[in-house]
Ligand binder design. Sequence first.
Ligand code: BG6
Length: 271
Amino acid sequence: MVKHKKMQNGFKYIEVTNKNAHAKIALQGAHLFHYEQKGCKPLLWLSETSFFETGKSIRGGIPVCWPWFGMHKSNTKLPQHGFARDFLWELLEVNEADDSSTELLFGLKSSPESMKLWPHRFELQLHITVSDTLRVSLTTKNRDKTAFEITSALHTYFAVSSIDNVNIKGLDGKRYFDALSGEYKTQKGGIRISEEIDRVYQGVDAPLTIDDIDRKIEIRPEGSSSAVVWNPWIDKCARMSAMKDDAYANAMEDARTIQPGEEHTLTAVIS
Ligand code: BG6
């Protein structure tokens, strides 16, 4: 079942319920901010103090970072992680072929407003499949006369029992850029987090897992060879907007050049 809903302030979102799962997706940013498999606790973290307001990013869930990830290369005044997460998307299609899986297609096209921030004509589609696994797929179509380059990320915030219980596996031996020290390093073993961490791993070619005491979350990326592991930890968390001071708890970055009329798809399958 798919319902069009509004929060008290008029902020619009879509609620999806089927035999296997329950999910909520805001039209702003096509931002999935809740996903729960039947009988399980939520898989995605959402800040208790997140904004649900026009033009303000939701803190948690799966922000779509596009057409650039992180700071803009040459203009630091442009919004961090691009503009797709703050623009209003359209729900284009809903497919409820059976009662255990729901497919939704959201779309965003270039507009005079987007051209001011990024001068390229594009069409963006986000396919979300809500079932016992969650599949999120972002397709960029170049509708311009010249090629453009993008970096993008499905900047997923995962809910975990406690950060102390978590071991991230699948990145052993991978080179990464440590954004905190500005150095390139190589991962040895799993990742345990006990301080601020902000890393971009490269050459990622296999599923990643987040091992928690009570469950294992698997992330299967497609169309990307990089993964971001980030946790703001105590100090940064206190400085961040829409995040409680004690809320410290993946993403993918790859520059891709898309020729006119061509497209590129970035997918994350989470279970
Ligand atoms: C991470 C960045 O990818 O995203 C961090 O490396 C940043 O530096 C974080 O703080 C959250 O970004 P934002 O724009 O949602 O606050």
